[in-house]
Design a protein around this ligand. Structure first.
Ligand SMILES: Cc1cc2nc3c(=O)[nH]c(=O)nc-3n(C[C@H](O)[C@H](O)[C@H](O)COP(=O)(O)OP(=O)(O)OC[C@H]3O[C@@H](n4cnc5c(N)ncnc54)[C@H](O)[C@@H]3O)c2cc1C
Length: 226
């Protein structure tokens, strides 16, 4: 059996310890006026908590902001598949990033879960305690292309094929014990996430980031090499 359920792998304690479940908030807007030159194109900035936007057919624009939520325990992924809790904040961020979208009409918005592995690389394998059950997860927000490779690894594992895919470094559990249990995991995660958001806002405004914020943001476990 193959569990190609990505962020929902967080329901298994064996895997949850190696995943941080966060969310991306998205909004689709109709600009107040037709956007002129230069034409809006697909953009993803270089921030740790990405801002991204792209034009859609019909003149609408999709804007998204990564890293805005945090899942608690076994229910973490489902609770992050929801409406955006603070649409006003998302729209403010959109206008800050793309000023020409000021006063746009909001057509829809949603929040969706994204699982980060502690190495930011996906991992695949047989689920501990469940022989013959294989999983793939940890795409860390970049799984559109890599999930094709993931499918090949999972197919190889399920058919007990020994090849470059099934023996690659991706086809094994991350080392170490992973993250602590709840509530330490959630409380610590909230502290770090809040610092990351504060750092992000300060950097956007080209303000100095205070030492406490920088040091706390640096604890981001998904920036460690596994
Ligand atoms: C808002 C957002 C923006 C993103 N942007 C990008 C991007 O620009 N580039 C990029 O590379 N990646 C991006 N990603 C990440 C990318 O979508 C994922 O890494 C990729 O889709 C993983 O593919 P997958 O097939 O493993 O899992 P998914 O596409 O997540 O599919 C998993 C499926 O399993 C289903 N499922 C869960 N539990 C069960 C169950 N118990 N029974 C049956 N089905 C179940 C879910 O409903 C879901 O449909 C983004 C993710 C989000 C949320």
């Amino acid at each position: 059996m193959i569990l190609a359920i990505n962020a929902w792998c967080n329901q298994f304690p064996q895997l949850r310890a190696h995943l941080v479940t966060t969310a991306s908030d998205n909004v689709v807007v109709r600009p107040r006026r037709t956007l002129g030159e230069p034409p809006l194109t697909n953009v993803s900035d270089a921030g740790r908590l990405l801002d991204y936007w792209r034009p859609m057919t019909g003149g609408n624009v999709l804007f998204g902001k990564a890293g805005m939520g945090l899942g608690w325990g076994i229910r973490g992924t489902n609770t992050l598949y929801a409406s955006v809790p603070r649409p006003d904040r998302l729209v403010t961020q959109m206008t800050r990033a793309v000023p020409s979208l000021k006063d746009s009409t909001v057509l829809s918005s949603w929040r969706a879960p994204v699982e980060y592995s502690l190495s930011s690389l996906p991992f695949f394998g047989e689920l501990g305690g469940f022989p013959g059950v294989y999983f793939g997860t940890g795409y860390s927000g970049d799984g559109i292309g890599p999930s094709v490779i993931g499918a090949q690894i999972l197919a190889g594992l399920a058919t007990e094929t020994r090849d470059g895919m099934t023996t690659s470094f991706l086809a094994r559990m991350p080392s170490g014990r992973g993250l602590p249990r709840e509530p330490i995991r959630y409380v610590g995660g909230q502290l770090v996430k809040t610092a990351m958001i504060r750092q992000d806002l300060k950097q956007d405004a080209e303000d100095k980031v205070d030492l406490a914020t920088r040091l706390t943001a640096r604890i981001d476990p998904t920036s460690f090499l596994g």
